[in-house]
Design a protein around this ligand. Structure first.
Ligand code: SF4
Ligand code: SF4
Length: 371
């Protein structure tokens, strides 16, 4: 019998409605990364072995039974590049095991090769992630050059980075280049957000969102897109995306005067620090059984790996950021590939993929079925 450790996202919250003025910066509480702790789960092979040892139905078999074997890409609409694992936060659920002490940073030659692939192709979107991608020394150059090629650019911004002294002009830079901002805000209350992302994150996130709004981000008609991401606090599936978006819009507007475009719900992937969290609390088996039971064949056609390619900080290619963190590399690197090679490639899957097919599905752009 599965025990809920915390509430589901659909639960009602009894906190009082209030408008507050956000005070400036309080320090963010950091935890050691798995790498710093020399934890066995810092090794991607061990993560995959832990999931395999649960003995659950193989994801490959589930895909076959859904009539999608072999799972293949059918186009490349998004070039997602992970420019490094450095971050000013250490969220408990981070699938990257990112943190301030990580050393991985995409070298200039890889940045150049990514821009080269964009230039030679018609891939419409560059999605920049990390770590905190803005910490990369060439982040702004990447944005400027991709925009000059006419590509849509997404910055997966953790919000608090913009409160650091050297990055306070970042929102204005992003606005000037019409970059879409995609930011995680697990909940509209401090308690739930800080529980996942570290004490002090919520207050800074709210201040950052207000600053983005002041530039026109999320404001109807501005053309500046501000999307938010939420993932559950406990070992449960996300709630209904449309309903949660309505609640987030209402609460953020009422409490803090914040507006945004869309809310994406994302299922927590059993990878890295979240896998550690699940294992340590004894909830891993239960959570994985829940994902397997919720396998929805209708999500397979819309899996994000079918329409994107992911580049690691060192230039290695992957089907997605999750496969990247699990070391499931494609045969090619960014230096030896064409879009034609990638668009019809066979996708590598493993047990973590159940996180993308449970219920309405999950992707870097929210629910697959868009409910
Ligand atoms: S989830 Fe994002 S913001 Fe949090 S530690 Fe990982 S990379 Fe940084
Ligand atoms: S984890 Fe990656 S490869 Fe697996 S289903 Fe999700 S997007 Fe596709």
């Amino acid at each position: 019998m599965c025990k809920e450790r915390r509430h589901s996202q659909d639960a009602a919250y009894a906190l009082p409605m209030m408008k507050w003025k956000v005070k400036p910066v309080s320090p963010i509480h950091l935890i050691p990364t798995l790498q710093q702790r020399d934890h066995p789960l810092a090794a991607s092979a061990h993560q995959r072995a832990v999931l395999a040892d649960l003995g659950l139905r193989s994801f490959a078999e589930a895909v076959t039974s859904a009539g999608h074997a072999p799972l293949c890409a059918d186009r490349i609409e998004v070039l997602q590049i992970n420019v490094g694992k450095r971050c000013n936060q250490t969220c408990r659920h981070c699938h990257v095991d990112a943190g301030p002490n990580r050393k991985e940073v995409m070298p200039a030659a890889v940045v150049e090769a990514c821009l080269g692939l964009l230039e030679q192709s018609r891939i419409p979107t560059l999605d920049i992630t990390g770590g905190a991608p803005e910490l990369h020394p060439q982040f702004r150059e990447l944005v400027v050059r991709a925009r000059a090629l006419g590509r849509h650019v997404i910055d997966r911004c953790n919000l608090t980075l913009t409160r650091l002294p050297n990055y306070s002009d970042l929102p204005a830079f992003l606005a000037a280049h019409q970059v879409e901002v995609l930011s995680s805000l697990p909940h509209y209350t401090a308690h739930d957000t800080d529980a996942q992302r570290g004490d002090g994150v919520f207050v800074q996130s709210i201040a950052a969102l207000q600053a983005f709004n002041a530039l026109g981000y999320g404001v109807a008609g501005s053309g500046l897109i501000l999307n938010l991401v939420t993932n559950p606090s406990g070992a449960v599936l996300p709630g209904n995306q449309a309903a949660l978006q309505q609640a987030w819009q209402h609460e953020l507007q009422a409490r803090y005067g914040i507006v945004f475009n869309q809310l994406y719900t994302i299922t927590n992937m059993p990878i890295s620090r979240y896998l550690d969290d699940l294992s340590a609390s004894g909830a891993l088996g239960c959570y994985m059984e829940r994902l397997v039971a919720a396998f929805n064949p209708a999500t397979v056609a819309g899996l994000m790996c079918r329409s994107q390619i992911s580049v690691g900080w060192d230039g290695q290619l992957y089907d997605c950021d999750f496969n990247q963190m699990l070391g499931m590399a494609l045969p090619q690197s960014i230096f030896e590939v064409t879009v034609e090679d990638l668009a019809r490639r066979a996708i590598q899957v493993d047990q973590h993929c159940y996180g993308c097919t449970a219920s309405a599905g999950s992707s870097c752009g929210g629910a697959v079925l868009g409910v």
